[in-house]
Ligand binder design. Structure first.
Ligand code: ADP
Length: 169
């Protein structure tokens, strides 16, 4: 694996990394949860930059600068609204992580932090989402051309424990 994966609990907007990932909606124009927190911390220039992106589809990712954030970039990816029994959801959640890491590769980003995409308002069960996040990132880092430090940001203790369990296993 070319890089490291660590777990950290707290507010992603405070992290001094090259890029933080935003769990956005398809408009890419802001919303609640982590999306709202990122827009508040980055300031109004982020919304102006997002308006030029013309939205994104589920699983896609697009980047902007970080403006007032300590991070240089924000990578906006669109999570999915969880539907029980849908075979598509696992693939779509994995695509969020994969496409964000593709951008990191192309932009020469050496450190990136992810929130637990789709596990808030979008309702993805935390256990399954943590497993997919860890598996997908590990798989992607196997073929990564440069070393990258990945931080999985947990906003609550349960998510922190789930990440730790999956990283050990
Ligand atoms: P989604 O719509 O993709 O479900 P949410 O923002 O509702 O996105 O939630 C995604 C995850 O981000 C949840 O686990 C939530 O607890 C977490 N979260 C919310 N605010 C922050 C924050 N400031 N920093 C890190 N994680 C956050």
């Amino acid at each position: 694996m070319n890089g490291t994966i660590q777990v950290w609990r707290g507010d992603i907007t405070t992290l001094n990394v090259d890029a933080i990932v935003n769990a956005a909606n398809s408009s890419l124009l802001g919303g609640g949860g982590v999306d709202g927190a990122i827009h508040r911390a980055a300031g109004p220039e982020l919304l102006e930059a997002c308006k030029k992106l013309d939205g994104a589809k589920t699983g896609e990712a697009k980047w902007t600068k970080g403006f007032n954030l300590p991070s240089k970039y924000v990578i906006h990816t669109v999570g999915l609204v969880y539907k029980k029994g849908s075979s598509e959801v696992q693939r779509q959640l994995a695509a969020c992580y994969e496409n964000a890491l593709e951008i990191a590769k192309n932009q020469g980003i050496q450190s990136i932090a992810f929130p637990a995409i789709s596990t808030g308002i979008y309702g993805y069960p935390a256990e399954e989402a943590a497993e997919i996040a860890v598996k997908t990132i590990k798989r992607k880092l196997e073929q990564f051309p440069i070393r990258i430090e990945v931080t999985l940001v947990a906003f609550d203790e349960k998510t922190e424990q789930l990440y730790k369990k999956n990283l050990e296993g």
